[in-house]
Design a binder for this molecule. Structure first.
Ligand SMILES: NC(=O)c1ccc[n+]([C@@H]2O[C@H](COP(=O)([O-])OP(=O)(O)OC[C@H]3O[C@@H](n4cnc5c(N)ncnc54)[C@H](O)[C@@H]3O)[C@@H](O)[C@H]2O)c1
Length: 358
């Protein structure tokens, strides 16, 4: 990368605003264009950030805006199409999670990155939390001994997204599992250095969404236009080297009011580490259980959260990877590994039996 700043753009201005913040605060980038088919959103964001390039059509933006890097933050079913078009137009891409709604599409994205020589980064922003990085370091250091089990969950009490196209299988590819499950599957695989997934068994349900219950922003008596995706479920994944993974994900359930928390527990022969993040906070998120001199001990790591932790940190990672000619931490290949699991999980639930991946 030369000394000049990278010309960046964001497509889709919902969570895309967090990407924009990353570019706006980066010394290595200029946010030169934004794109959204919703004119009002487009105008509002572009005015706020004083961005001159404003587009409702991303093809026109790729043609005219002379871009180096693009964040793709549109609904899931468009991720592959827009990301591939961006790479073909000469841009590096940060694609929001899930990378794609099928293995076939995700493979096409990885192939496009290879063909064009562009970086394809999947937006797994929770990897950039200081506690996630500490957890990965302690596991990679070997202190937990032989890893044999991961138990991961995300629970929401009233957490069905009430905006956008999250309830549509066609637009989003699935519900709670493709929305929240994708993050925690990725986190668990990443801290364990991506052991191969061998089999997947899933049992998903859709009980609250179809009757408009437990939806964010819902008014009493409101009905839903469309809801044909999962709003919760469980899964069991067999990983290489005898490692097992249990998953429990909900957008909605009867539990502690306003509950919205994820939990990653990794067990090894020498210790267990747990990350429990409540309401996206950073307070008291880690536990480490081990034995010292024959005694069972509980350690509460009190680590310092400093600097950007989420989308902004991810944007910075891409910028520095490009500067140093390295592959960013959340590569397309790793994104593909999680899509393989999710596709099998949905298939398993529909067919009522375990699916082999190898
Ligand atoms: N990493 C995270 O933590 C996180 C959080 C929220 C959402 N997301 C992901 O981000 C994506 C968007 O989610 P959201 O909550 O921002 O949804 P959203 O519905 O609020 O925003 C999507 C935007 O894309 C625009 N859009 C749709 N099709 C378009 C097109 N063809 N061209 C231009 N603009 C188009 C819409 O007008 C809308 O403004 C999803 O894939 C979601 O999974 C990730």
């Amino acid at each position: 990368m030369s000394g000049r700043k990278l010309r960046a753009a964001v497509i889709g201005l919902g969570i895309g605003k967090s990407h924009a913040k990353g570019y706006l605060n980066s010394p290595d980038a200029d946010l030169v264009a934004v794109c959204d088919m919703n004119q009002e959103r487009l105008q509002q964001s572009a005015d706020e950030w004083k961005v001159e390039g404003r587009y409702v059509d991303y093809h026109a933006m790729f043609k005219e805006a002379d871009l180096d890097v693009v964040s793709v933050c549109v609904p899931n079913a468009l991720h592959a199409e827009v990301s591939i078009a961006a790479m073909e137009a000469g841009c590096h891409v940060i694609c929001e999670k899930p990378m794609a709604v099928s293995v076939g599409e995700a493979e096409q994205m990885v192939a496009a990155a290879k063909r064009t020589g562009k970086q394809l980064m999947v937006c797994y922003n929770y990897r950039y939390r200081t506690d996630s990085q500490w957890m990965r370091r302690i596991i990679q250091s070997g202190k937990l001994g032989q890893i044999y089990h991961a138990s991961v969950s995300w629970h929401r009490e009233t957490g069905i997204p009430g905006w956008g196209l999250f309830g549509s299988k066609q637009a989003s590819g699935g519900g709670a599992f493709i929305d929240l499950g994708v993050h925690i599957i990725d986190l668990a695989l990443w801290v364990m250095d991506f052991p191969e997934a061998l089999t997947v068994s899933g049992s998903l349900r859709s009980l609250f969404g179809p009757v408009a219950r437990k939806t964010w922003g819902r008014k009493p008596g409101q009905t839903v236009d469309q809801f044909d995706v999962d709003d919760g479920g469980v899964a069991f994944i067999r990983l290489a080297n005898g490692v097992s993974m249990l998953l429990h994900v909900t957008w909605a359930e009867h539990t502690q009011p306003k509950e919205d928390s994820f939990r990653i527990e990794i067990q090894g022969t020498e210790g267990t580490v747990i990350q429990h993040v409540r309401h996206y906070g950073s307070n008291d998120t880690l536990r480490y259980f081990t034995e010292i001199e024959g005694e069972s001990v509980t350690i509460t790591p009190d680590i310092r959260f400093e600097g950007p932790q989420s989308h902004e940190a991810l944007v910075r990672d891409l910028m520095s990877s490009l500067r140093q000619g390295q592959t960013p931490a959340t590569s397309g290949e790793q994104g593909l590994a999680t899509i393989h699991i999710l596709e099998a999980l949905y298939q398993s639930s529909e067919q009522g039996h375990e699916i082999a991946l190898t």
